[in-house]
Design a protein around this ligand. Structure first.
Ligand code: MG
Length: 348
């Protein structure tokens, strides 16, 4: 058997919802990452979060049981600092709206972090920090108006926490956008800078991106590399089926353990045991003959047919008991499918 990862020379792994969820590892992650390490494939752990350093992120991963080194972590803070270094002279002053870890990334690329507009910054870098308040936003506002290059680490509007969705970096970027009428360059997913930095770090020519969010992870891979959507995070089957054209993965699996399965078992496409048909704007699932009737296979077959047809929000009908059971297991039974609440949340 050839595992799907064997077809690629590098893996880009999203973190939250893919490798861990908050303070807990996805159960399959420690074993899968260990096995992948044994296979020799290069891995980059890619996060839109710019508030922690790669070392802090690696420490957190190790604390939940996933063995990762700091130099395998690529953050949107690093990618954002690199965007500024590409555009500005070495030693240029950069106004940092973000954590000390973000300021350290600015220094690491040969730029000079400052916190005041009267230091004449040539750039503004903006990443999430729970400490950011109006006085610092005011400094950034002045610097951006004076012509500084403005880079946002990500534009995730919300930040998932135990207490619910709280304002993310994108919410504070929106405040500066409103105050300045300017648009920032963006480093994090779905923008390409973060993904490009990870690919460059790996030296990969044919990488695979693995993530749980359609509008950041899968959108970042669209058109440039193949992708595996894992259902261990924010995306559910109804959201995947309704995915717009730029957010459709190559493969779908339950969690990262899917990286050890054969590619043809994971690919969105026709699947043994199932037949999906589209009539007008209706989608129907039939079980086809004997054998395994795995629900995820039904989802792969449904996506294949539906995406070739109208796509979008749809009600799925079952023609037999096995198909009905699969639709129930996928959350596709009964009421019309709508893009899930999960898909409307942001942050990767
Ligand atoms: Mg994620």
């Amino acid at each position: 058997m050839t595992a799907v990862h064997a077809g690629y020379d590098g893996l880009l792994l999203d973190l939250d919802g893919t490798v861990y969820r908050g303070e807990v590892a996805i159960p399959a992650a420690p074993g899968t990452v260990g096995a992948l390490r044994g296979s020799g494939v290069g891995m980059a752990f890619v996060t839109n979060n710019a508030s922690r350093s790669p070392g802090q992120v690696a420490e957190h991963l190790v604390s939940v049981g996933v063995e990762v080194a700091a130099d395998e972590v690529v953050t949107s803070g690093q990618a954002a600092a690199a965007l500024l270094a590409d555009r500005l002279a070495p030693g240029s002053a950069i106004l940092v709206v973000g954590t000390d870890a973000l300021a350290a990334e600015v220094e690491a690329v040969g730029l000079r972090p400052v916190r005041k507009a009267d230091a004449d910054p040539s750039g503004v870098i903006q990443g999430h920090s729970p400490e950011t308040a109006w006085p610092l936003l005011a400094e950034a506002c002045l610097a951006i108006r004076a012509g500084a290059v403005w880079v946002a680490c990500n534009i995730d509007t919300t930040l998932p926490t135990e207490r619910g969705e709280l304002p993310g970096n994108g919410a504070l970027v929106a405040a500066l956008r409103a105050a300045t009428g300017r648009e920032p360059l963006v480093a994090g997913k779905p923008a390409r800078a973060l993904v490009d930095a990870a690919v460059e770090r790996l030296g990969a020519r044919h990488p695979l991106l693995v993530g749980d969010r359609l509008e950041t992870d899968i959108a970042a891979a669209h058109g440039v590399m193949e992708s595996l959507l894992v259902l261990s995070g924010v995306t559910d089957a109804p959201a995947l089926l309704a995915a717009p054209a730029g957010q459709r993965p190559t493969f779908v699996g339950a969690d990262v353990a899917a990286l050890g399965e054969e590619p043809e078992a994971l690919r969105i496409g026709e699947r043994p045991g199932w037949r999906a048909t589209v009539t007008g704007d209706e989608l129907t699932l039939h079980s086809d003959g004997a054998g395994h009737h795995e629900a995820l296979d039904a989802l792969r077959a449904l996506c294949h047919q539906w995406w070739a047809g109208p796509g979008g929000v749809v009600t799925v009908t079952a023609t037999d008991a096995a198909a009905a059971a699969a639709l129930r297991a996928l959350g596709l039974a009964g009421s019309p499918v709508s893009p899930s609440r999960a898909q409307e949340r942001a942050v990767g």
